[in-house]
Design a binder for this molecule. Structure first.
Ligand SMILES: C[S@@+](CC[C@H](N)C(=O)[O-])C[C@H]1O[C@@H](n2cnc3c(N)ncnc32)[C@H](O)[C@@H]1O
Length: 221
């Protein structure tokens, strides 16, 4: 796990993270506009903190957690720069939470959990993915919802990509899949991904790309 933390820290410390785009994902903002962000909100794997900051600014009760101290330092600087001092961030490992009920109890329960590009990083690690789902089950209140925005394997490109099938089968008992639809995840071309950008993926003048993704909504039973 230390190795994983170092890798995540390095992406923030060296400014090579393709997901750090300086703004929230349009799909997450659309969820808010459509009324899906309700009650106590967890931003799991909050990264640079864009969703915690934007949703806090809109008046929601949000908690951003991340495994990487560098991500949290970035998020706190980001929040201060945007004048959103109420944005709250905490160090937490969502996989460890799935393996230890006491860690989950420390965070409490949430009515809405937003996962923007976290689930898909566990695509090749069945154990971590199962622990992560268990963490979500512990942290999501009955009647609450988890929104998963994950890169889709329908196209080649940067980042870890998953099938809709993997999302479906990772959330079994305790969940009802209400919706799973094609979506977009906005990233930027950094040196770490430049060689993996296929010609058909259109890079905007500001260096961002809208990659194909899935957006799933699960109801906690
Ligand atoms: C691809 S980034 C996405 C960041 C942000 N949600 C976004 O969409 O911009 C994944 C984030 O998850 C964090 N992360 C990785 N494993 C984690 C874990 N086990 N628990 C919590 N956060 C984790 C990483 O440090 C990184 O900041």
């Amino acid at each position: 796990m230390t190795h994983a933390v170092d890798r995540w820290n390095a992406a923030y410390d060296n400014d090579t993270a393709p997901w750090v785009i300086g703004e929230p994902q349009p799909e997450i903002l659309a969820l808010e506009r459509d009324g899906w962000i309700r009650g106590r909100v967890l931003d799991a794997g909050c990264g640079a903190g864009e969703h915690t900051i934007a949703l806090t600014a809109l008046g929601h009760d949000v908690f951003g957690v991340d495994l990487s101290p560098s991500a949290l330092a970035h998020a706190r600087r980001n929040a201060a720069g945007k004048g959103i001092s109420a944005a709250r961030f905490e160090l937490a490992d969502m996989v460890a939470i799935g393996d230890d009920p006491d860690l989950a109890a420390e965070l409490g329960v949430f009515d809405t959990i937003v996962d923007s590009a976290l689930f898909h990083i566990f695509r090749e690690d069945d154990q971590a993915r199962a622990s992560y789902e268990r963490a979500l089950r512990r942290l999501c209140a009955p009647g609450g919802r988890v929104h998963v925005l994950a890169l889709s394997d329908v196209e080649e490109g940067f980042g870890p990509r998953v099938s809709d099938q993997l999302i479906r089968e990772s959330f079994g008992a305790g969940w009802e899949l209400e919706e799973l639809r094609p979506a977009r995840y906005r990233g930027r071309v950094t040196e770490t991904v430049a060689e993996r950008i296929p010609p058909e993926l259109k890079v905007a003048a500001d260096g961002t790309v809208d990659a194909q993704a899935w957006l799933a909504r699960f109801l906690r039973r």
